[in-house]
Ligand binder design. Structure first.
Ligand code: AMP
Ligand code: MG
Length: 482
């Protein structure tokens, strides 16, 4: 029997946001993938999780004594329009636990059946999108980017009706919490100052404890969230990640990436890149992500106003000042990352890094250069072989002039290879692995996970995992994780 002690801090502190609920019965659970290392870190025995009892725990059908699964209430701006009542329509917070490193984390299920927040939805999830979340979130983790983690994906044995009938699945996910900007929006709309204060205090204790002892704790809390999100989005931009659905319900207070739906990685660099089938206006395009993050944080600011100052005018002034700090924090984080990606000396000032990087990006966009390949090829150029990078660019005079400026700064190729991944979850590889898994062949998925677990170590025999999509793959479209 799997019996971790699951706490219920969220439900204890914020009962107004926690609705007791149970997972739907999974007819025939079958393990598709288990994250052994994460299980062990959580103090769970991977072998026990593979037993029938273990699977019943992973799908929420055997809840440890004392645990109280809940559906969480939240609101959200979706594509700019406000939905006052979203919440976990097909997900449950099983509880919290302290991992072997002493961190408090949430254990959460996605695809566990309808809840009172389900609106028209069936409460279910299917194999492909849940495996996509597993693959991409674990790749993000290996890349060193803050993210929720995936413990397991279990096929439920249910048939789920989508455009065609699909095999049902459930994701067991771990996060430092599931507090979202949308959690604050929901509470603000209740007009209950005590609840707002309790939510903020809960969030401060879990994620930004230094704010508690600041002169203005709620202002410091808001600053900490702005900083965490600015740094997170900078990391996305540096690795070429497009989240695809940056609604305020998908923005965490912790600064972890959450809710991998129509996400994808850039192949060719083009700031206007959109993968999601429903993002017709390009609201969540690659290049819009920093601006959208700031917009989302402005929605958090609105929710926090009553805590920032008793006088509304002054509260707005405080919120505006903090929000203005987003741009500086973002640019500094991005420039620091670019300094690393281009192997530049630590002392080179931010302005110089940004200017050099922007000129490179201009060349990359004009010449349709693959994002991930380009930075590895530049690593080779730093070590003396410019041919790989010259081979990517049609405008040879342009790249040669840029390389000359860059080489004058003595870039460090070895250091570059430690921060520029060889392997990212390229769309064609992810699609191939998910299609095979949906058809019952898990081997391509296992191989892909293995490659992505060490993204910076180039290994012989894995050339196809480093290569851009074959031309025949065409433009890639992703669909929301339904
Ligand atoms: P997401 O796109 O996963 O961030 O979900 C946005 C909102 O829609 C959340 O409130 C989800 O719980 C809800 N939702 C998404 N898919 C379903 C579904 N199949 N059944 C019920 N609710 C869903
Ligand atoms: Mg969501």
């Amino acid at each position: 029997m799997i019996t971790p002690e699951l706490g219920h801090r969220f439900a204890d502190d914020l009962p107004e946001l926690a609705l007791d609920w149970q997972a739907a019965e999974a007819p025939e659970p079958r393990l598709l993938v288990l994250n052994d290392a994460l299980a062990t870190r959580l103090g769970l025995d991977p072998a026990a999780l593979r037993t029938p009892e273990g699977l019943r725990f992973l799908v929420g059908n055997d809840v440890p004594a004392g645990a109280t699964p809940v559906a969480q209430a939240y609101s959200g701006h979706q594509f700019g329009g406000y939905s006052p009542r979203l919440g976990d329509g097909r997900a449950l917070l099983l509880g919290d636990l302290t991992d072997t490193e002493g961190h408090l984390v949430d254990l959460h299920l996605k695809g566990s059946g309808r809840t009172p927040f389900a609106r028209g939805g069936d409460g279910l999830a299917v194999v492909g999108p849940m495996l996509r979340e597993h693959v991409v979130s674990e790749a993000m983790h290996a890349l060193g980017i803050p993210t929720t983690r995936s413990l397991a994906v279990v096929a439920t044995g249910a048939v789920v009706q989508r455009e065609t009938p699909m095999p049902g699945a459930l994701l067991a996910r771990v996060a430092s919490s599931h507090l979202r900007v949308g959690s604050f929006q929901y509470v603000r709309a209740t007009d209950d100052p005590d609840l707002l204060r309790r939510l903020a205090d809960h969030a401060i204790a879990r994620h930004h404890p230094d704010a508690a002892s600041a002169e203005h704790p709620y202002r410091a809390f808001f600053e900490a969230v702005v900083t965490a999100q600015a740094r997170l989005v900078a990391r996305w931009m540096l690795v070429g990640f497009v989240h695809g659905v940056m609604n305020t319900d998908n923005v965490t207070i912790s600064g972890e990436t959450i809710d991998y739906g129509p996400c994808a990685f850039l192949d060719v660099y083009d700031p206007a890149t959109v993968f999601s089938s429903i993002d017709h206006q390009g609201r969540y395009s690659y290049g819009n992500q920093p601006g959208i993050a700031q917009w989302n944080l402005a929605r958090l600011a609105e929710a926090l106003l009553p805590l920032l100052h008793d006088d509304q005018e002054q509260a707005i002034a405080i919120a505006t000042a903090v929000l203005e700090g987003f741009a500086t924090t973002y640019v500094t984080a991005w420039a620091d990352g670019m300094r690393g990606k281009l192997g530049l000396p630590a002392g080179l000032e931010e302005r110089a890094v940004v200017a050099l990087a922007e000129d490179l990006l201009g060349l990359m966009a004009a010449n349709h250069v693959d994002w991930t390949t380009a930075f590895r090829a530049l690593g080779a150029a730093a070590r003396g072989d410019a041919e790989p990078v010259r081979g990517l660019v049609l405008d040879l005079a342009g790249i040669d002039a840029w390389l000359e400026r860059w080489r004058a700064l003595s870039p460090d190729g070895e250091a570059m290879d430690r921060v520029n991944p060889v392997y990212v979850p390229r769309n064609h590889l992810v699609q191939e692995a998910l299609d095979a898994a949906t058809d019952g062949d898990l081997e391509p998925l296992r191989q892909l996970l293995d490659v992505l677990a060490a993204p910076y170590d180039e290994r012989p025999g894995l050339e196809r995992y480093a290569a851009p999509a074959p031309e025949a793959f065409g433009a890639y479209t992703t669909y929301c994780g339904t």
